[in-house]
Design a protein around this ligand. Structure first.
Ligand SMILES: [Zn+2]
Length: 210
């Protein structure tokens, strides 16, 4: 089956200088800069989308607008798109930056052993290749409320789905050197794309073995 990748940039964007989501931002750093998570999430999903399109892989950003669209509407958009592409293998990736104190990368899937575990393994592996010296967090016991709400996208969508938490926006080093830097953003885009490409190759092998 051909792949169809759905990309979900978490939270809202910036409209006429006004960030659309309460919270979900870094502290104001001493150099006067600040990260707004929804802007970061959009930059990453746009980069992933462009890279996939260049490779001829069908994809769609499910929240193209800058308003903060509710999780209920996001999930229903994803499920509706999947019904319009019944002969495709759909995959949803929800992109976020982390907060709450810590460092590194986390990835979440829906509960149980599902097809989502396969894409999670591929993205995790790609992360360790692109950022060999950055922590891969596998202890999720300190999950905060954002993650609980974030799980909605994994619970309510009917395709393979993962949510990535890409570094900590309240960690000054990670925020300023990775999340707010063009090079850092490109590397984050790269491990998502590498993971997706590996998942597609894997899916093609599984198709052939059926
Ligand atoms: Zn978030």
């Amino acid at each position: 089956m051909k792949p169809f990748i759905l990309l979900d940039p978490g939270h809202g964007g910036i409209i006429d200088g006004t960030y659309q989501t309460a919270g979900k931002r870094s502290p104001l750093w001493s150099n006067g800069t600040q990260l707004f998570e929804g802007e970061f999430n959009r930059a990453i999903t746009q980069g992933i989308s462009q890279a996939l399109t260049l490779r001829g892989i069908e994809n769609k950003i499910i929240v193209p607008e800058l308003e903060d669209i509710s999780l209920r509407i996001r999930a229903s958009r994803a499920n509706h798109l999947a019904t319009q592409y019944p002969h495709h293998q759909c995959l949803l990736i929800s992109v976020h930056a982390n907060a709450g104190g810590g460092s590194g990368f986390e990835i979440y899937t829906s509960r149980g052993h599902t097809n989502s575990d396969i894409i999670a393994d591929h993205i995790t592996h790609a992360f360790t290749q692109v950022f060999p010296n950055k922590p891969l967090r596998s202890d999720y016991s300190d999950g905060d409320s954002d993650k609980e709400r974030g799980f909605y996208m994994l619970r309510k969508t009917r395709m393979a789905a993962v949510l990535t938490e890409n570094f900590f926006m309240d960690n000054e080093v990670e925020c300023c050197l990775i999340l707010m830097s063009p090079t850092g953003r490109q590397k984050i885009i790269d491990y998502h794309v590498k993971g997706i490409l590996a998942w597609i190759t894997d899916s093609e092998k599984r198709d052939l073995s059926v």
